[in-house]
Design a protein around this ligand. Structure first.
Ligand code: ZN
Ligand code: FE
Length: 258
């Protein structure tokens, strides 16, 4: 399987997984980059996976339906443009001979789901399509959910295999890492990763996919139990040392961080 990040809008990625004949795309907020990528490679569109209802993730659905040869899969608890096959925690989505496991990850939106592919064939590493829940070095804003929900959702993603390729829906890495550096200035893995990501961006390349192991090492929102993260959160007014309180304080701080 080939995994490709199609840039869309100013900082979205529409992920495409294909076998040189057929493709799956994830969160097509815009149809044009998807159509161009399918045409350029001579691919049929076998299925679409949607993580949540925001326009920058579903805006291209209507225009892609005429060439779609299979289902649109989407979150059962959100209103995305119909028709679609509704999925919730524990369900699976089948396409291209692959089986994606659905994980409920509320927080950014109330019904947000993620898709985990344990095996992409040929011994390839697992893949996670996490929409706007987990970003490299950060997490989505809490538009419809609570810090406790996001803490639980990120904990479930952190429990996936370390070599899982993390396919986030936005290129927010550099700004996230500036914030992460303020939270954990002494994190050596974070400093090394920040330098590597800067080099990629300087060449115009995506910083994604990341990996679960990388995020566990550098993402403050996945490190709410680390002593330095807890003390930084307490300095920012976290009510106590619990994971939800730490995550809530980090999220508030990040919302205003420059
Ligand atoms: Zn969103
Ligand atoms: Fe988004």
């Amino acid at each position: 399987m080939n995994l490709v990040a199609l840039p869309a809008f100013s900082d979205n990625y529409i992920w495409m997984l294909h076998d040189d004949h057929q493709a799956i795309v994830v969160d097509p907020g815009d149809a044009a980059p998807v159509a161009a990528a399918l045409d350029a490679r001579g691919l049929a569109l076998a299925a679409i996976l949607v993580t949540h209802h925001h326009p920058d993730h579903v805006g291209g659905l209507a225009a892609l339906r005429p060439r779609l040869q299979g289902p649109v899969f989407g979150p059962a608890r959100e209103a995305i443009p119909p028709p679609f096959e509704p999925l919730a925690d524990g369900d699976s989505a089948s396409a291209l001979g692959l089986s994606f496991q659905v994980i409920d990850v509320p927080g950014h939106t109330a019904g947000h789901i993620a898709y985990f592919l344990p095996s992409a064939g040929d011994g390839q590493a697992p893949i996670l399509f996490c929409g706007d829940t987990l970003f490299s070095g950060g997490c989505g804003r809490l538009f419809e959910g609570t810090p406790a929900q996001m803490h639980h959702s990120l904990g479930r993603l952190a429990a996936l295999p370390g070599n899982t390729r993390v396919c986030c829906a936005h290129e927010y890495t550099e700004s996230n890492l500036r914030f992460a550096g303020a939270v954990e200035p002494a994190n050596a893995a974070l400093a090394a990763y920040t330098a590597a990501c800067r080099a990629l961006r300087a060449q115009g390349l995506p910083t994604l996919p990341s990996t679960i192991a990388q995020e566990r090492a550098i993402n403050p929102f996945m490190r709410c139990e680390a002593p330095d993260v807890i003390s930084a959160a307490l300095d920012q007014g976290a009510a106590d040392r619990s994971g939800p309180a730490v995550l809530g304080a980090l999220r508030e701080w990040k919302n205003h961080f420059r």
